[in-house]
Design a protein around this ligand. Sequence first.
Ligand SMILES: Nc1nc2c(ncn2[C@@H]2O[C@H](COP(=O)(O)OP(=O)(O)OP(=O)(O)O)[C@@H](O)[C@H]2O)c(=O)[nH]1
Ligand SMILES: [Mg+2]
Length: 304
Amino acid sequence: MRLKGITVVSEPTYKSGLIVLAGRPNVGKSTLANTLAGAHVAAVSPRPQTTRRRISAVVHGDGWQAVLQDVPGFQTPRDALTERMQHTVDQTLADCDAALFVVNAAEPTGKGDQFIAQRLVQAQLPTVIVVNKTDRATPAQIADAITSAVALIPDFVAVHPISAMTEDGCDALRDELPPLLSVGPAYFPDNLVTDQTPEELSAELIREAALQRLREEVPHALAVSIEEMTISRDGVRIIASVLVEHESQKGIVVGKGGQMIKEIGISARAALADAFAMTVHLDLTVKVRRGWRQDDAMLNRLGL
Ligand SMILES: Nc1nc2c(ncn2[C@@H]2O[C@H](COP(=O)(O)OP(=O)(O)OP(=O)(O)O)[C@@H](O)[C@H]2O)c(=O)[nH]1
Ligand SMILES: [Mg+2]
């Protein structure tokens, strides 16, 4: 089973497939997943290594379904957490039918991109090259990025310069997806755009709100644990812990007079209200969990 907890509906001519979003950290894979799925299902932030888990973002078409697999950026593991993240990437590559190789339009490809491209070629995955962030690049930079990226994937299917943020070029990229699919089941019903549970999605959106406001080592040391979540007619009630590794980090996340955690809460609540289309009551507490990134039991609990 390549996807967890999925109902399979068979139709004779229906097309489907798993497409991995592969690229260095911070190139905009999660932004692209959200844009193509038309929903906010993956956390996006200016900090590298925002994505820690594999997330399905489903693109529904007429008679087809592309299940995008948003994964962490390729990296050299440094601890148990990043080891698990890299394992997730490897596992996903083995599971997928095709790839979108995402690079940054503002710079020629480098060593990291080369390494990823090699893996995609080795895995013999039909690959569409996506040159992202064109809104931040000059035409000459975009041309350089395209030239260096196509040199890495000899049998590339197509190249698409896009901006996942402004959505420029994304319709044409979406049209590239059906030819990457083959006859297969609809893994997800029409109204479902992700495989995440409400708890997982909530943790993702709360962490995103925190990462967008924090810098230096704090984003890497931060995790979100949902302690309690109830969904009723009156709305969604979430009790969550923001975990960090040191007292000093706790001080930063709480902020002067609690200002920072208050801002994180306001922003997270708005994103959650949007995602669930309901009123959200959110209760956030910052806790110190020393060495959680090295703690297998804790990583299991966090679903990492
Ligand atoms: N200007 C511009 N910024 C973008 C675009 N796409 C993504 N970004 C920004 O780039 C940063 C990283 O985006 P993510 O989508 O989190 O990148 P990622 O590749 O998923 O990163 P990791 O999960 O860390 O591997 C965020 O600040 C995004 O807002 C784009 O098309 N244009
Ligand atoms: Mg990401």
